[in-house]
Design a protein around this ligand. Structure first.
Ligand SMILES: *Cc1c(COP(=O)(O)O)cnc(C)c1O
Length: 422
């Protein structure tokens, strides 16, 4: 008798079969459409990713067959919808390897998740003179909430610089963290430069000083595998819509003890234990932070997106994205009038550049006419633009459905820019 324990297979084994981008592309209906009569080369997944049929269908199925408001419903449909909503929470828990589903709070996005931590945790536990460490790479979503908190409490914001390649200055960070540091709030991956931050070192140094760590994972969750326990982060947040899921839903992961000590962020239905006009007691997390009717179908869609990603070989996807990054970098570097921003050695599949003598908006408009969708401007990171002395960049951000042909279309579009402005 074979008594060996069954081997758990969570991920497909490393494979030598090439990543089948054509079959992935076939899952994303919008990629079949044309723009200005040209096939679509979608290079703006960093702003919001496209959705696979599996996600679109799951949302439609929810509304067609299993929709009702959740919690407290005694009837079949409400029970099913509650099961689906809480099932999505359990799916997210597994995706980020949280210890418990109660550590997963649904928000409307990364922005709301950061505001929740700033208002509830920061508003309660931080006082005048306490320091919060940010970096110059931050998205406005991880700057402004802390400035609002500074106005209310008198906290002090410290900013870690980057070097000319856009790499996080770990030595400067280490020097900035001190006895007054209460929180380190950093992006996991830069949405402009693609820089991947050295999370292990960041967390180790912060914790050595008794500071908490919040990671803005809006880009990180898309391009890196995330294990919140292995990283030992205190808070991690992201948006569903950048992870091939629907808009309107995001996630705040928080360690159980931290969430348990935090007061509500908003008041309303679903977050209470008992309400009287004299006094109200609150539900434990995560319900405490989910006042009102949540985005039920969006949770179902996010669940479907995570299931979809689980059907793909994560190693092969990472290799595919790395190939796109390397190829795009090489092709852009071949042109003297193109200036690349963000060349750190640890980098996700996002490229930012400017063209000499041409405003990024003009580059974007001409590319659009060629069917190439890129984002131009400051990318909600004006302090980073200031660091490099520019007003904006052209940004191409890659998703798992992009191809080398999309890169060729981008490069071809830049030739058209030169013809017009040259
Ligand atoms: C997009 C983004 C955000 C904000 O996400 P929302 O979905 O708009 O809430 C925050 N941080 C980074 C790094 C981002 O890329």
């Amino acid at each position: 008798m074979n008594t060996a324990p069954a081997r758990r297979v969570d991920r497909p084994p490393a494979t030598t079969v090439p990543f089948d981008v054509d079959s992935v592309r076939a899952d994303f209906p919008i990629l079949a459409r044309t723009v200005h009569g040209k096939p679509l080369a979608f290079l703006d997944s960093g702003a919001s990713a496209q959705k696979p049929r599996q996600v679109i269908d799951a949302i439609a199925r929810c509304y067609e067959a299993e929709y009702a408001n959740i919690h407290r419903g005694v009837y079949e449909l409400s029970a099913k919808a509650t099961e689906a909503y809480e099932g999505a929470r359990a799916r997210v828990q597994r995706f980020v390897n949280a210890r418990s589903a109660s550590e997963i709070v649904f928000t409307k996005g990364a922005t709301e998740a950061i505001n929740l931590v700033a208002t509830s945790w920061g508003g309660t536990f931080l006082k005048e003179g306490d320091e919060v460490v940010l970096s110059v790479l931050e998205h406005h979503a991880n700057i402004v909430p802390w400035q609002l908190l500074r106005e209310r409490t008198g906290i002090v914001l410290k900013v870690v610089p980057v070097d000319d390649s856009g790499a996080f200055r770990l030595d400067d960070y280490e020097a900035l963290v001190g006895p007054r540091t209460r929180l380190v709030a950093l992006t996991h991956v830069s949405n402009v430069l693609g820089t991947v931050l050295p999370v292990t070192e960041i967390v180790r140094i912060a914790h050595a000083h008794g500071a908490r760590v919040l990671l803005d994972g809006a880009q990180g969750i898309v391009h890196r595998s995330v294990d919140v326990q292995a990283m030992d982060v205190d808070f991690y947040c992201f948006s569903g819509h950048k992870l091939y899921g629907p808009g309107g839903i995001g996630v705040l992961y928080g360690k159980e003890a931290l969430l348990a000590a935090m007061p509500p962020y908003q008041g309303g239905g679903d977050m209470i234990e008992r309400v009287t006009f004299e006094r109200t007691t609150f539900a434990p997390p995560p319900a405490r932070f989910e006042a009102g009717t949540p985005p039920i179908a969006a949770a179902v869609g996010l669940h479907a997106a995570l299931d979809y990603l689980a059907t793909l070989d994560a190693t092969a996807v990472a290799a595919h994205e790395h190939d796109l990054l390397a190829y795009a970098t090489e092709r852009l570097r071949a042109h003297n009038d193109v200036r690349l921003y963000g060349t750190a050695s640890e980098k996700a599949a996002i490229v930012s550049f400017t063209m000499d003598g041409v405003h990024p908006h003009d580059v974007g408009t001409i590319l659009d006419r060629a069917g190439v969708a890129v984002r131009v401007g400051h990318h909600c990171a004006q302090p980073l633009m200031d660091r490099f002395g520019i007003a904006g960049t052209v940004r191409a951000s890659f998703g798992l459905y992009n191809t080398r042909e999309d890169v060729d279309r981008l490069i071809g579009g830049l030739d058209e820019v030169r013809e017009i402005f040259g």
